[in-house]
Design a protein around this ligand. Structure first.
Ligand SMILES: [Fe+2]
Ligand SMILES: [Fe+2]
Length: 159
């Protein structure tokens, strides 16, 4: 699969530069998400896919908050631990990591309510009580599921 970073959507740098340059965000290169994909690259990929969905929505005259969507997507998995490590990971990672990501993101960045909701709600319907309350949350949640599926199937470590 070709390196998606060669062809990054301009909206990622436009809205996400503060996050991309943060040392803790960069530290996510050391944590694996799916297969051989780091959490860092997974978050970039989710932001990229969200922007591509948004490009289509724009053609349908739907006007989403692109900045909140990019920042929420970049920070949606900002939990900052190796979830594969049984010693270090939180129990029931799938349920609890949105809350951990939000806490870390609030510590390191000034977030809007919409950005916080995107992070908190991205695991719906697994987190059944955290129903997306805005269109940006729906887009990021769908982009996350799509990227996770592709990463799991196409980027597995060779066995
Ligand atoms: Fe997640
Ligand atoms: Fe994710």
């Amino acid at each position: 699969m070709k390196d998606f970073k060669q062809n990054l959507h301009p909206g990622i740098r436009k809205h996400g530069s503060e996050i991309l340059e943060h040392e803790r965000f960069k530290s996510m290169k050391d944590f694996k998400q799916h297969g051989c994909v780091s959490v860092h690259d997974h978050c970039l990929r989710v932001a990229q896919t969200s922007l591509r969905i948004n490009d289509t929505l724009k053609k349908l005259r739907m006007n989403l908050n692109e900045r909140a969507m990019v920042r929420g997507a970049l920070l949606h998995d900002y939990f900052l631990y190796d979830w594969h490590d049984k010693e270090k990971r939180k129990k029931l990672h799938g349920f609890y990591h949105p809350g951990v990501a939000l806490k870390n993101a609030e510590r390191d960045f000034e977030l809007t309510k919409r950005e916080k909701n995107i992070i908190k709600q991205h695991m719906f319907p697994l987190t059944i009580t955290k129903i997306p309350t805005n269109r940006e949350s729906w887009v990021v949640s769908i982009a996350d599921k799509w990227c996770s599926l592709v990463e799991t199937i196409r980027m597995r470590k060779p066995s």
